[in-house]
Design a protein around this ligand. Structure first.
Ligand code: MN3
Length: 201
C-alpha cells in the first residue's frame, strides 16, 4: 500500500475571495503531494509500517525506527494534517451544532474562542499549525511547530489552521492577520461538528 493524495470535494476556486484559487491549487497539488511522496519514499523498505493508516504511525512515533522517525513525523504529519484540513474548509457555514455549544461553554463565547485561536495562530513563530483539540476530554487551543500532529501528543484535532506561508503568502503577502481573519469565513462547521462527535464515540 502507498499513501495517496486525497481529492478535494470542491473546485480550487470554491473558497474565493477568502482563499484564492492559485494558492489552493499549489497547496494541494504541490505541497500536499510532496508530503505524500516523501512519506512513501521513507517507508519504501518498511513493509510492516506502510500498511498502517498514517494516524497509527503518528500516534506512536516511538515505535518508528530512528532512521525514519523524523521523515514520518514531518511528512506523515504533513499528509495527515492536510488530509484533515481540506474537508474542514467550506464557505458560508453557520457556527452551530454540538461543537458550538461546547465551544461557548469552554471559552465563554464565539468571539472569545475566535480571539484565542487567532492569538495562538499569530503567536506561532515560523511554520506550524494552530489547533482546537480534545485533550483529556476537554476542548483546548494550542499550536504545533512544523507538521507536528496533535495525535502524536495524545490530543485529537477538531479544527486546525495551517500557518505555513505557503497557505497564505500569494494572496495575503505579509498580512498574516488578514489570512487568519479570512480563515474564519471558510470553517466548515458541519465537518468540525462531525470531528467533535467522532471523539465521543
Ligand atoms: Mn500547508
Amino acid at each position: 500500500m502507498t499513501y495517496t493524495l486525497p481529492e478535494l470535494s470542491y473546485p480550487y476556486n470554491a473558497l474565493e475571495p477568502y482563499f484564492d484559487e492559485l494558492t489552493m491549487k499549489i497547496h494541494h497539488t504541490k505541497h500536499h503531494q510532496t508530503y505524500v511522496d516523501k512519506l512513501n519514499a521513507a517507508l519504501e523498505s518498511h513493509q510492516n509500517l506502510k500498511n498502517k493508516p498514517v494516524e497509527e504511525l503518528l500516534k506512536n512515533l516511538n515505535a518508528i525506527p530512528e532512521s525514519i522517525k523524523t521523515a514520518v513525523r514531518n511528512h506523515g504529519g504533513g499528509h495527515f494534517n492536510h488530509s484533515f484540513w481540506w474537508p474542514m474548509l467550506k464557505k458560508n457555514i453557520e457556527f452551530k451544532g454540538e461543537v458550538s455549544k461546547a465551544i461557548i461553554s469552554t471559552f465563554g463565547s464565539y468571539d472569545k474562542f475566535k480571539e484565542e485561536l487567532k492569538n495562538v495562530a499569530l503567536s506561532r513563530f515560523g511554520s506550524g499549525w494552530a489547533w482546537l483539540v480534545i485533550h483529556n476530554g476537554k476542548l483546548e487551543i494550542y499550536s504545533t511547530p512544523n507538521q507536528d500532529c496533535p495525535l502524536s501528543e495524545g490530543k485529537i484535532p477538531i479544527l486546525g489552521i495551517d500557518m505555513w506561508e505557503h497557505s497564505w503568502y500569494l494572496k495575503h503577502n505579509a498580512n498574516k492577520s488578514a489570512y487568519v481573519e479570512d480563515f474564519f469565513h471558510v470553517i466548515n462547521w458541519e465537518q468540525v461538528n462531525e470531528n467533535f462527535k467522532q471523539t465521543k464515540r
